[in-house]
Each structure stands twice: as structure tokens, then as C-alpha cells.
Design a protein around this ligand. Structure first.
Ligand code: BEZ
Ligand code: FE
Length: 259
């Protein structure tokens, strides 16, 4: 099937499915025009890619994984990835944490899914929101690439990310409110794994501390295998959560990559 035939087939099938919805819910012509006006506003707000991410992207990522060599489940890149500096000591904080900000210590081993062998020198790229659910969009606070050691181990010291909702004032949030749903993401750490210059995996690790694990507004994003079980302790008045998450990738193929 060439590109033109594929596009035509996707259009025909999509319209066919939507016709079923129109018939099933007796959607009127007026309601269709309201939907059209809504999509105009959504486009003007720049949120069409987010709607597609929220509704469909995980389906595409999971389907690709079915055809790949397995390993850790892939997940969305999301809108906040950037080029990050190497932070070999694993400390992702560029500014000293506020005393009341809970810390996160996370470690694990990167292995080859086929052999189970650890991968030394893998570049594990992290980025995440802070304890208030806010990403650093100008600098590299809570962002950085951590190389694995000779035993394939990584370790990060950072802040515990919080849940965040980012569509409170745009048409995407309006749609979710109208459906009685939240537009909140469950607290997560984004991870990319690159070996010998090849991106092998993009995923998200969800914090067991999150209240939104069952209500993340990205359809299908949270699965049990991506939840990091965190233990809590207090040290000198600081709350520290720690957890372990091993990552399996397939170096012979980039088929597990999400993007
Ligand atoms: C995120 O993972 O950061 C994200 C993904 C989809 C929509 C919004 C945010
Ligand atoms: Fe995110």
C-alpha cells in the first residue's frame, strides 16, 4: 500500500467509525457544528497534539511494542523533553531543595532483554516535574543524563515529583471537565535509554505515592509494571522516598522506542 492509499484507507475507516458514533448517540447536525467550533478553538490553543497524545498515543506505542523484542514497556515522550546535560553523580537538582520538599532516591540496573546481562555506559536520560508538579522549562533542574556504571547500575537523587494538571485554562481541560473527568497526570519520572548512540526506550515511571494512578487522564498510560514502589523515611527532618526500578532494553533493535 503506498502512502496515498494508506491515507485514503485511514480516512475511510475513521469516517466509518465516526458515522457509527453519530448513529449510536443520535448526534444532531447542530451538535456536529458545536464540535467543529470546539476543534477550531482547540487548534487555536495549540492543544490538538495533546488531545491526540491523551486519547490515542499509548495505543500506538503499545502496538509497536507488540512487534518489538519486549523489555520495559514504552510510554509517551510528552511535551517537555529537551537536550539534557550529563549529571554523572545522579544528582538532578540544580538548586538546593527546599527543606519541606520530599526527596526521591531511585536506582536500578539497565539490562539487555535478550541476555539479561547488565549494560555498562548506557545513557539514562531523566526529566520530571517538581514537588509542586512544575517542570523547569528554561533550565536543567530535575533533568539530566546519568550513565550506568560497570554493573549497569544507575542512581538518581532528586525531588519527588507530584501529580500535575496542565489544562485547567484551555479547551482540553474544558472537555475533560464537561465529561466529569480530571485533566491530571499521575506523578511520574520520564526516562529515555540510549546505548551506543541509539535511542532504545522512552518511558515513564509512576510514583506509588501518587493519588492519580487510577485516574491519569492519558488513556492507558499507567500500568502496574511501570509503578515504582517507594519506601518513605525521615532523615534530619527531610522526607526521603526511595525505590528501585530495573530497565530492560533490546540493543539490537530500536523497535522498542516510543517516539
Ligand atoms: C507528559 O508525559 O508529560 C504528558 C503526556 C501527554 C500529555 C501531557 C503531558
Ligand atoms: Fe510528564
Amino acid at each position: 500500500m503506498n502512502d496515498q492509499e494508506r491515507l485514503r484507507a485511514i480516512w475511510d475507516r475513521s469516517v466509518e467509525k465516526l458515522k457509527e458514533v453519530v448513529r449510536e448517540f443520535d448526534i444532531t447536525e447542530d451538535e456536529l457544528h458545536i464540535a467543529g467550533a470546539y476543534f477550531n478553538r482547540l487548534g487555536q490553543s495549540g492543544m490538538c497534539p495533546s488531545l491526540i497524545d491523551v486519547a490515542l498515543a499509548m495505543t500506538s506505542i503499545d502496538a509497536k511494542r507488540q512487534r518489538s523484542h519486549g523489555g520495559t514497556r514504552a510510554n509517551l515522550t510528552g511535551p517537555y523533553h529537551a537536550q539534557h546535560p550529563v549529571k554523572a553523580d545522579g544528582n538532578l537538582c540544580d538548586t538546593p531543595p527546599a527543606p519541606d520538599a520530599p526527596r526521591l532516591e531511585m536506582s536500578g540496573v539497565v539490562t539487555d532483554v535478550a541476555t539479561g546481562q547488565p549494560i555498562a555506559g548506557a545513557e539514562v536520560d531523566f526529566w520530571h516535574a517538581d514537588h509542586n508538579g512544575i517542570y523547569d522549562r528554561q533550565g536543567n533542574h530535575l533533568r539530566g543524563i546519568v550513565p550506568t556504571d560497570e554493573q549497569g547500575r544507575y542512581r538518581i537523587n532528586t525531588l519527588l515529583p507530584n501529580d500535575y494538571s496542565e489544562h485547567d485554562f484551555d479547551p482540553l481541560g474544558e472537555l475533560f471537565r464537561a465529561m466529569g473527568r480530571t485533566n491530571t497526570r499521575a506523578a511520574h519520572v520520564h526516562v529515555k535509554v540510549c546505548v551506543n548512540g541509539v535511542d532504545l526506550l522512552t518511558t515513564q515511571l509512576f510514583m506509588s505515592t501518587s493519588n492519580m494512578l487510577k485516574d491519569d487522564y492519558v488513556e492507558g498510560a499507567v500500568t502496574d509494571d511501570l509503578i515504582v514502589a517507594l519506601q518513605k523515611r525521615e532523615e534530619n527532618g527531610v522526607t526521603i522516598y526511595s525505590g528501585q526500578f530495573d530497565i530492560a532494553v533490546a540493543p539490537e533493535t530500536s523497535a522498542a522506542t516510543a517516539s
